[in-house]
Design a protein around this ligand. Structure first.
Ligand SMILES: Cc1cc2nc3c(=O)[nH]c(=O)nc-3n(C[C@H](O)[C@H](O)[C@H](O)COP(=O)(O)OP(=O)(O)OC[C@H]3O[C@@H](n4cnc5c(N)ncnc54)[C@H](O)[C@@H]3O)c2cc1C
Length: 397
């Protein structure tokens, strides 16, 4: 029997889950999320280091990050009975002569937006993180509004709360193609049969290209591998500690929980490193681990002397030409009611609460009025209106 839904969301990561919840909360009774995995957050969301920062160099994205940060911090009041695992840590951003000017401009911009960010000298930085060796930093900013959340739990909380409000979730179901239905709306052809929907939202992250290609839509995201190394911290460096952005070494360090420590890169080899998200080298190489270990030891010598390498893994970023998301409807191609929210470029978890709010209003009201989100249209790439970052380190945004 043919199944129907008012709105179908394809992809059950942090993006699709938040959209489902916000649609249900705003009164869409008949929203359906389709996920090919056997559980929610089967894709990149479960691999995310899930930093929730407000440090961005584009004012709109910084504002979205601030709204989302407040949502994470207040999650249990926003969605009573559900949890996102948010832990507030604060952030130290260390710049060198190449990045100092951009950092200064950002801190000035944050003051206008309401993001708390203050320059600290090396002694003050050491009071915030006594184990820091700040000698390679020419400027340091401290941002207390920073932390991390539990990404899979966040996505599950959104979908479970949405189901409580009447939305539905279909797992173990892959969408093969989307076609216009002659009677209106769309036919979504899945491994579990056909589903008819008035509106469709594509939130399939690094797996989006095949769906766009079948529709003949010219949107292409570039899947790029992202390695992460995990260490155990020595006793003198345990507990809740600030996250560190190390611009001279293009790295980020995330102390997690009591004992763990994650290191990842802030730069990407964008030009030559496209991979197939279903078949790529998921191992982290010895050279990559050595590079992380070297950087960590220089900035946090306590990790060099007492930290222990534990394991590593890779995930995949869905990159756009300016490393910012695409939020759009495909009406120019004749696909009214078909939307996408993809191309999050390695920093889309922290924005998921605001993504849900934006997309639910676009779908239900036909517009989002709080601020201009047309800057995220896909045509910006053809028009040469790419969103600019002050940093050459691309994942910062
Ligand atoms: C290692 C790593 C570290 C990161 N660290 C951070 C960070 O610190 N902070 C931050 O903000 N962001 C971070 N990110 C980025 C962030 O995790 C992602 O931007 C975000 O989770 C993407 O969510 P999504 O829902 O768009 O995609 P995904 O979580 O990948 O979800 C897409 C879903 O679509 C499903 N799907 C795909 N194709 C189909 C189909 N045809 N039919 C049905 N279902 C389909 C997939 O199974 C998947 O579950 C990181 C990413 C990685 C990989």
């Amino acid at each position: 029997m043919e199944r129907r839904a008012e709105v179908v969301i394809i992809g059950g990561g942090s993006t699709g889950s938040s959209i489902l919840y916000h649609l249900a909360k705003e009164g869409t009774k008949d929203a359906l999320l389709i996920e090919r995995g056997q559980q929610i957050a089967a894709g990149q969301t479960s691999r995310s280091t899930a930093l929730v920062r407000t440090h961005y160099s584009h004012p709109t994205v910084a504002k979205m990050a601030l709204i989302s940060y407040r949502y994470f911090k207040n999650f249990e009041n926003e969605i009573p009975g559900y949890w996102c695992g948010f832990v507030e840590t604060g952030l130290l951003v260390g710049a060198d002569s190449k990045t100092e000017r951009a950092l200064k401009e950002n801190v000035a911009m944050f003051k206008e937006i309401g993001i708390v960010s203050n320059f600290v000298d090396k002694d003050e930085a050491k009071k915030i993180e006594p184990r820091l060796d700040p000698s390679s930093f020419s400027a340091i900013a401290h941002e207390p509004q920073m932390g991390y959340a539990e990404p899979s739990t966040t996505a599950s909380s959104f979908t479970q709360a949405a189901q409580f409000l009447g939305a539905d979730v279909l797992l173990n179901t892959r969408v093969m193609s989307i076609e216009k239905n002659p009677r209106g709306g769309y036919s979504i052809l899945t491994t579990n049969g056909e589903i008819i929907a008035s509106k469709v939202i594509i939130a399939t992250g690094v797996w989006s290209n095949p769906l766009f290609e079948k529709l003949g839509i010219k949107v292409r995201i570039k899947p790029v591998r992202h390695p992460v190394a995990i260490y155990r911290r020595p006793p003198e460096y345990q507990g809740n500690r600030p996250v560190i952005f190390d611009f001279p070494r293009s790295a980020y360090y995330k102390p997690e929980g009591q004992y763990l420590f994650f290191a990842g890169s802030l730069e990407m080899e964008l030009d030559n490193y496209e991979i197939d998200p279903d078949s790529y080298n998921e191992n982290v190489t010895f050279d990559e681990i050595m590079k992380f270990t070297q950087s960590v030891s220089e900035v946090l010598p306590v990790m060099g002397s007492g930290g222990k390498y534990e394991r590593s893994y890779t995930g995949v970023y869905d990159i756009t030409p300016d490393q910012q998301p695409i939020i759009d409807e495909f009406s120019d191609e004749g696909f009214e009611g078909l939307y996408c929210l993809v191309g999050l470029s390695g920093h889309g978890f922290k924005l998921c609460p605001e993504f849900g709010r934006i997309m639910s209003q676009l779908v239900m009201k036909g517009k989002f009025s709080d601020y201009d989100v047309s800057i995220f249209r896909r045509k910006r790439f053809e028009e040469g209106k790419l969103l600019k970052s002050r940093y050459e380190l691309s994942t910062i945004g």
